[in-house]
Every structure is written in C-alpha cells, then in structure tokens.
Design a protein around this ligand. Structure first.
Ligand code: SF4
Length: 686
C-alpha cells in the first residue's frame, strides 16, 4: 500500500454505500485514495468490508465527474459559474412561487446525503420556500417499514441492535438477500447459522442464505401477507404464543384470531405456492425458538400492500412475545442505502418533521417554529410520485432533485421523464451526468461521501461520523454548502453554518436526538437513537418497558391478504422481480465509474432453465423484456436460482431501461412502488 511515498493521511469514516454502516479507514496520498481498509474496531464490520466499500472509490477521480455547474441554454447544458447557476435557480423558484405559491416547489432529498444535509434541505423547503413538499428515496424502499413498524410498535426504526439479532437461536430472513445487498451483515448472519442458529428464509429466489436454510419458503411474489398469516395461524393453533405478553403488552388479538381462521395452511399453500409441510415446519421453528429474530428487506416492502406486509410480519414477533423482551430480537429492516434511515429521521418527509413529529400536530410544529422562528406549514406536502404527477399536470413548477437518479431508479421511468420535461425548472445535484441530470435545467456538481463531514444513521439506528478524506474536485461543493448558498441568494439565513451545528439544532427540536453531537460521536463512536440527553447511551433495544404507541401496547394487525397489482396472464406470462447484485449499488453511478464495472459489466436477466428452453434462450443471449409499461434490453442468465415462471434482474445500468418495465402502482399506504411484481414477456433478439 505504501509504495515509494508515505501515506499522507488516514481518515476514519463510514461507508457511503449500503445501510450496514461499515467503519472504514481511508488512506490518501497526493490528493488521491491510496486504499480503503475496514476498521478493526468498526462496531458493525469488525475488520471486514465488502467489494463496494473497499474498492469502489475509483469514481472519485473519474474524468466524467462533474466539476462545474451546468446551465441549459438553447437546449444544451453549458458550464457556468456557481453565481450564475444559483441566480438562475433563484429566479426560477421565485417565478414558480409567483405562479403557484410555495407548493409549486418541491425537493427530493437523498439517502446518500448526510443527516445534516438532509436536515438543512428540509429546513430550506419549510423555512425558505414555505412548503412541506420534501421527500426522500425511502419512499421507494422502506416507507412501508416506517408506517408498519410505527403502527405496530410506535417508532419507525428496527427494534433491536444487530449485535443482539446475531445472538438469536432462530433467524427468520424475509425478502432479503444480504449476502449480496448487505454483504457484511450477510456474512455475520451466515457465521451465526454455521455456529448453530436455525434459519428460515422466505424468498422466491434460491440465493445467498437460502442455500443454508433449515426451511426455505418460496412464496409467489406478492403473496407475503397470506404467508405471514399462515405462519401466525400455526403459531395460534399450536399454542406457540406468549399468552402473558399478549395479555399485558399487546392489543388486537381477538380481531387477528378471527381473521386467521381464514388462513389455514392449506388455503395459504394454494395462494402462496408454499407447501403445507414447509409452512408448518417454519412456524414451529420460529414458534419454539427461545430467542428468535426477524430480519427483512425490500421483498417485504416494495409491494402494493407493503405496509400490510410489515404489519403482518410484526404480528409474528408480537404473538411470540419476541419484541421488547428477553425472549427474542424483534423485527429488523435491512435498510438499503447508507443513510436512508437518517434521511427520514431528519424530517426529509412531506408529513413528518425531524424526529417524526407530524406536520399536522400543532405541538410538533411549535417545537420546530420555536427553533426556526417561522411558521411551519400544517398541510402534508407531496410524496415523490405525487410530485411527478403534479409536474405532468402543471401545478409543480420547480423540482430540486438531490443525489437521486429518478429517471433510472423510479418506477415507470418513461412517465418520470415526461414529468421532468413538463416541469419549468429542474435542478439536480449530482456527481455525474446521470439520466436525471441530462434532463435538468441546472446541474450542481457536488461532493461524494468521501468528501463530506457529518453523520449517517445505519440500519440499526446508529449515528456514526462521516469525515472528509479528500476535498471535492474542481468547483464541486457539498450539498450542505449548496443549500446554504442558494438560501443566501434568496436572502434567507438558515443558521447552523456547520454540520455539527445542524445536528445540534436538530436535537433541540427532536427530543429523540437530543443527546447526540459530533463531539460526542467523535469521542464515543456509534450511538443509537433514541438518545434523549448527553448522558444517555442510546437505546439499542427498544420497548423494554412500553411500546411507543399512544397506549403503550404493541398492536397486532388484522389486515386481510389482497392480491398484487399484476398477475401473469397469456400476454405477459412471467413475473419480474428486481433487486441488487453484489458488485453494484442502485443506479450504479458510483460503481459503474470504478473498477466494479469489470466484476459485473451488464444487467442480466436471471431465468429458470425451463423458461429459457421455452424461449430458446441460452446463457449470454441478448433478450428483450416487455411489460405493459415499457421494454428493456438485457442479457440472459440461465439459473435455477429463479423459480419457474419468474425472472429477476437488477437496475444498475440505466441504459438497459429496467425501470421502464415497472408500473406506477404503489403501496396503498405509503406510495412505495410495487417493484417486486411486474408481469412481463420475453423476446429473444435472434
Ligand atoms: Fe459498505 Fe455495505 Fe459493503 Fe459495508 S457491507 S462495506 S457498508 S457496502
């Protein structure tokens, strides 16, 4: 590593890829990264890191990196100064407000940005613009977790620390492939299984941990709620429940018991395709374990009834008394992006303020207004899909997209592009000229996670420090600096000039973060929220005394199973599920601009050998995938990892057009897209 020249600096920071939150040591020399080493003392990674955290930093110095602001003139994006770019944005914002009021402006904040940046962005929208039209990309992944976990337990985070989850004697892993999507967690879970924990995997695909499972349940995509009710039915009928817990700490048992009468294993098997014997075996494993834990991913949330899925899954832990007690380790979502938990924690949401106070709650607004000194709008703002609809209808006149390639990652991408075309002002903060940036009126070049100061919150609610190992290139600035600069052009002083001051201010209006500060995190390392005061260690395990619901009880949910938005038919006989591959990260803007492109150079379509034979496809053949919404060009990969009648692909290469296939159907509670169920057909490119 050292080479001829000594390493100039070592910077300890937190990985900016997935939500595990590995602690990394970044070695730099002559303004470049010489190496990234996993931190031996990292609380989550303990000296390990995956291919993305360790090696996917080449994008920093890519010649395609944006280093100057760009302004659209005569249909072309041209380099301009920051002053010129911001003047144009400010003029556009004023025009939008003059035409349609503050609600004619919206911002999409970012799970890639720090907490402090997310705090500042939502403050900008509420204070400088006067609207609640701010959302973040948790809308596309774990919004149903926030809604479902809050309904069941009272708070939107996972219930237990991963250190505890790892002690479970039975792991129920649902709709997640952590071996690829959260590799360090996947490795720790696998180690736990190899040391003796029982493992139930519920996932349509036979990948990763499924190969090591005691029971692998393979439900048809879109049938989770029926599956979870089937498991709950067995827990109840075989008396594998914690009656004491249900009597004193839970509510809703009578309603759920009545509902579950309609979910005997035979009926559930018919709906889900999971054999009765496997369903009963899984329920008995979970029901008889002394300390079970549930870990789940986007296979639970990204459905038409994703929030119902989270609530039905939470039912299992409540029935077993395995949450808020010593009898188990609760229900734990694996957050996808590095700071998707934090972006929501900081109030970059249209209905919630920092710390999850509701904008419709006068007391929560007063807390914010006392700190900010201006009135907070009391009407919830637009969610991301509603922003696009409003742009198409002409009522949204300015959209600021921060660090999200919505034209590549959001569903029904053709309609998203139409929305951006229709919106008079689109501003985009980006590292590269993404699909979205190419359609923007102004592109602001910004810093990456290796060039920022602040904090991220990982999937088990730990605040961790992020520190800059390098300066941003050229004229690129942090999102934090860009928001302050635009506010200044509008004549608004947002206060909190530093990242540390922003977190401190957030703690003043959001009690659950009141004990956190950069200085304390520097001294003590990772601290989980809730953390009410500077002497509080943070609550790694939630709900020991009471649940955070108004009545202090855990709430069972009697939500019926409802079918997915699309099912296979003669025209579109296959079901497409999308997800991630190990070497890439979401739209791939960072991993495609680094060495990982050699590890995984194209988007592949996984399909079962029987389906491949029926379509005359072989490994490596080009294939066109068509849905009712669009068409994508992929490369076939024949594998029995995917069940017959189903196909799987990732969305790391925008040029393949995967998200033109997905529909704009979304979770009925949170508007999270139904990415996991799209009816498609295949056409070989002969
Ligand atoms: Fe980064 Fe996630 Fe890999 Fe850890 S597991 S190094 S957080 S991408």
């Amino acid at each position: 590593i050292g080479g001829a020249k000594p390493i100039a600096t070592r910077t300890r920071t937190t990985c900016g890829y997935c939500g595990v939150g590995c602690s990394l040591e970044v070695l730099t020399r002559d303004g470049e990264v010489a190496a990234v080493l996993p931190d031996r003392d990292g609380p989550l990674n303990r000296g390990h890191a995956c291919v993305k955290g360790r090696f996917a930093h080449g994008f920093l110095h890519s010649p395609e990196r944006l280093t100057r602001p760009l302004l659209r003139r005569g249909g072309r994006l041209e380099p301009v100064s920051w002053a010129e770019a911001l003047d144009h944005v400010a003029r556009g914002l004023r025009d939008a407000i003059a035409a349609g009021g503050p609600d004619a402006v919206a911002a999409i904040s970012s799970a890639r940005a720090t907490n402090e940046e997310n705090y500042l962005i939502q403050k900008f929208m509420r204070v400088a613009i006067g609207t609640n039209n701010v959302d973040n990309c948790s809308r596309l992944c774990h919004a149903p977790s926030a809604a479902g976990l809050t309904a069941a337990f009272g708070l939107s985070g996972g219930t237990d620390s991963f250190d505890d989850v790892e002690k479970a004697d039975c792991l129920l892993v649902v709709g997640a492939n952590p071996v690829e999507a959260h590799p360090v967690v996947g490795a720790r879970l696998l180690q736990r299984v190899l040391r003796g924990s029982r493992l139930i995997v519920a996932d349509p695909r036979s990948v990763g941990l499924a190969r090591h499972a005691d029971v692998h349940l393979r439900p048809r995509p879109g049938t989770n709620v029926a599956l979870f009710h089937g498991l709950a039915h067995v827990l109840l009928t075989e008396d594998l429940v914690d009656a004491e817990f249900l009597r004193h700490r839970a509510d809703g048992l009578a309603e759920l018991t009545a509902l579950l009468a309609d979910y005997p294993p035979e009926r559930v098997a018919a709906v889900t395709g999971v054999p009765v014997g496997e369903l009963v075996a899984a329920a008995r494993l979970y029901g008889r374990a002394e300390q079970p834990a549930i870990v789940y991913g986007l296979g639970v949330t990204e459905h038409l009834h994703g929030t119902d899925g989270v609530r039905a899954l939470a039912n299992l832990a409540i029935l077993r008394g395995a949450v808020g007690t010593d009898h188990g380790f609760g229900v734990n979502p694996l957050r996808g992006q590095n700071n998707v938990q934090g972006a929501s924690d900081m109030g970059a949401l249209p209905d919630l303020l920092p710390g999850y106070g509701k904008v419709i709650d006068p007391a929560a607004r007063v807390r914010a207004e006392t700190v900010w000194g201006v009135p907070v709008p009391d009407r919830p703002g637009l969610r991301i899909p509603e922003m696009f609809a409003a742009a198409r209808e002409g009522t949204l006149r300015a959209l600021w997209v921060i660090g999200e390639d919505v034209c590549a990652t959001d569903p029904d991408a053709t309609r998203v592009a139409e929305a951006l075309e229709a919106c008079p002002l689109v501003v985009c903060n980006e590292l590269f000229l993404s699909e979205t940036a190419q359609r923007a009126d102004v592109v602001l070049p910004v810093a990456s996670w290796l060039e920022k100061d602040g904090t991220f919150v990982n999937f088990d609610r730990r605040f961790q420090r992020v520190r800059p190992a390098l300066d941003p290139p050229g004229q690129a600035r942090t999102d934090f600096a860009a928001v302050h600069a635009l506010a200044a052009v509008l004549g608004v002083d947002l206060g909190c000039r530093t990242s540390a001051a922003a977190l401190a201010e957030c703690g003043r209006l959001a009690p659950i973060f009141g004990g956190l500060s950069h200085e304390r995190l520097d001294r003590e390392g990772a601290i989980p929220w809730p953390c009410q005061d500077p002497g509080h260690p943070g609550e790694a395990k939630l709900y020991r005394k009471r649940f955070a619901t108004p009545d202090g009880l855990a709430h069972l949910s009697a939500c019926p199973y409802l079918p997915p938005g699309e099912t296979p038919d003669d025209d579109y006989p296959l079901i497409l599920v999308t997800g991630r591959r190990w070497a890439h990260y979401n739209s791939g803007s960072m991993t495609r601009h680094t060495g990982n492109i050699r590890l995984d150079p194209v988007d592949r379509l996984d399909l079962h050998p029987a389906d491949a034979a029926r379509h005359g496809l072989h490994d490596g053949d080009p294939v066109t995938v068509e849905s009712r919404h669009g068409r994508a060009a992929l490369t076939a990969r024949v594998s029995d990892e995917t069940a017959p009648g189903q196909v799987f692909c990732a969305f790391h290469f925008p040029s393949s057009g995967v998200n033109t296939l997905t529909s704009d159907r979304a979770d009925t509670v949170t508007s999270c897209p139904e990415y996991k169920v799209t009816a498609v057909r295949l056409r070989p490119l002969a």
